[in-house]
Design a protein around this ligand. Structure first.
Ligand SMILES: Cc1ncc(COP(=O)(O)O)c(C=O)c1O
Length: 503
């Protein structure tokens, strides 16, 4: 099976549009993992993913008559751009059916490459059905995104380059799987030429159709798939790709969203490039593999297969990378609602960098604080929780609590019966290590803090919102505190938003 594909791969035509991408040593990641990690930089292809290899190989093998009639495909992503670019190179009409929900950015990218876009249906499956109908009506050739021997062979040229570029021993190659075209081509080549190299398939925990299919011994159709890694969000793998993967892939690894975000950050640190989520699956799996097997001094290659990242997703990626790398620990800490305990709590945190600090008065006796702290190692959140316990501050570790990560951190607060005489202030201070703690310690311990909201967003200035209950007799002292404070402030007590949602 692999030998038959070897021939197809050796005869594949891809270099009219694709380039031989670098096999780059990831120095930082290698040092951290104690193994030699290389990245096959398919994110550096002209359309920022490997998909043009398969699309072009398929189209370059069509007859002159088929090319004259044109081709069609269904895709909201990288395959669409691969087909459009190949069509332009071959002078062939390309019709791309995209779901109506496709972001304008991607529609424009395909049009800029000369593709004719048809928007149809709410999902990929609707677009796919429509494309088949149009292919039949107009005599167009359908270019499948993965389940086609020519497409598979085109993707296989990546493995050919890897073996040429790295002639020393290779222990494993890590490959993202959507419909399975990429891994089929890569595995077919490697198993034919260097069968000792392990081929490891990677899917996300919420889009794992290939892993389930291999386990079940037949193609499984998922009812729903997670869309974060949109390049690999496929409900059912192909017939041919299933047959090949089942026979040739050695092992599979599932990775979660946080791990993918952390991998995007790792690659950025080594290359200053930003991958799309699907493009980072291989790297996330390398890390998981090293952690699980404890291997060292091995040569591990991840195919970084795409970089079509929406810029507006970066905020989410940056935030979740901290969790995925165990760089941030989140806690709900209960402290007594009494003078000085807030300060005692702050002292306990000590020199650790605070990433988040939210609190709202709600109980006469106890205060619940939502706090995020920077950490360096995975086990550190347990150590910090123990520190809280020793001081009789009950703490719940929320680091891996989805509800806390996605929602509650934004919702802490609300109205409080106990917020009488509260005044509300916004403060801005230069974001430096320890700046938040310095701000807190400059406050008079007699003033009760009834609300606190802070989130380190990596900006130049830290912004905090504080509710303070100052006894009437101490108002002038409070005024002096504000006037001598080195940080700018704005009183928001009369802001209608405050009245609507917090009082
Ligand atoms: C960036 C990226 N990675 C991985 C894949 C998955 O490839 P395949 O469907 O061949 O498994 C795709 C598919 O479009 C992709 O765009």
């Amino acid at each position: 099976m692999a030998t038959r594909y070897l021939q197809r791969i050796l005869n594949a035509k891809v270099y009219d549009v694709a380039r031989e991408t670098e096999l780059e040593h990831a120095r930082n990641l290698s040092a951290r993992l104690g193994n030699r990690v290389f990245l096959k930089r398919e994110d550096n292809q002209p359309v920022f993913s490997f998909k043009l290899r398969g699309a072009y190989n398929k189209m370059a093998h069509l007859s002159a008559e088929q090319l004259a009639r044109g081709v069609i495909c269904a895709s909201a992503g990288n395959h669409a751009q691969g087909v459009a670019l190949s069509g332009r190179r071959l002078g062939c009409r390309t019709l791309i059916v995209m779901p109506v929900t496709t972001p304008q950015l991607k529609v424009d990218a395909v049009r800029a490459l000369g593709g004719e876009v048809v928007l149809q249906g709410d999902s990929y499956s609707d677009a796919y059905e429509h494309a088949l109908t149009l292919a039949e009506q107009q005599g167009l050739t359908f270019v499948h995104p993965f389940d086609d021997p020519d497409v598979i062979a085109g993707q296989g040229t990546i493995a050919m380059e890897i073996l040429r570029q790295h002639q020393g021993p290779i222990d494993a190659v890590f490959v993202a799987i959507g419909g399975g075209g990429l891994i089929s081509g890569v595995a077919a080549y490697l198993k034919a030429v260097r069968p000792e190299i392990k081929v490891i398939g990677v899917q996300t925990t919420d889009s794992d159709a290939m892993i389930r299919s291999v386990q079940a011994g037949k193609r499984v159709k998922l009812a729903d798939v997670g869309l974060f890694s949109d390049g690999t969000a496929v409900k059912q793998v192909g017939v041919e790709t299933f047959r090949l993967a089942r026979a040739l892939v050695d092992e599979y690894i599932r990775v979660d969203t946080d791990a993918v975000c952390a991998a995007i950050k790792d690659v950025f640190q080594d290359t200053r490039s930003i991958l799309e989520p699907a493009g980072a699956l291989g790297v996330a799996a390398v890390k998981q593999y090293v952690e699980r097997t404890g291997c060292s001094d091995r040569t591990l290659i991840a195919i970084t297969c795409g970089a079509n990242m929406n810029f507006d997703r970066l905020r989410f990626v940056a935030e979740r990378a901290e969790v995925g790398e165990a760089r941030e620990a989140l806690f709900a800490v209960t402290i007594p609602e009494e003078r000085g305990s807030f300060k005692r709590f702050c002292e306990l945190i000590g020199p650790r960098s605070v990433t988040e600090f939210n609190y709202r008065i709600s109980d006469e006796h106890q205060a619940h604080i939502f706090v995020g702290l920077s950490t360096r190692t995975r086990g550190e959140s347990a150590e910090i929780a123990e520190l809280f316990r020793q001081q009789d501050f009950a703490a719940v570790d929320l680091t891996h609590n989805e509800l806390a990560n996605a929602h509650l951190r934004h919702l802490v607060g609300g109205r409080s019966e106990l917020a009488r005489d509260e005044r509300l202030f916004r403060f801005v201070f230069p974001e430096r290590p320890g700046a938040l703690m310095r701000f807190l310690s400059s406050m008079h311990p007699g003033w009760n803090i009834s609300l606190f909201h802070y989130r380190n967003q990596g900006a130049d200035y830290g912004r905090i919102l504080v509710g303070i209950q100052v006894p009437r007799a101490e108002r002038s002292e409070f005024r002096r505190f504000l006037d001598t404070l080195a940080y700018p402030w704005v009183e928001e007590t009369n802001n209608p938003v405050y009245r609507l949602f917090l009082r």
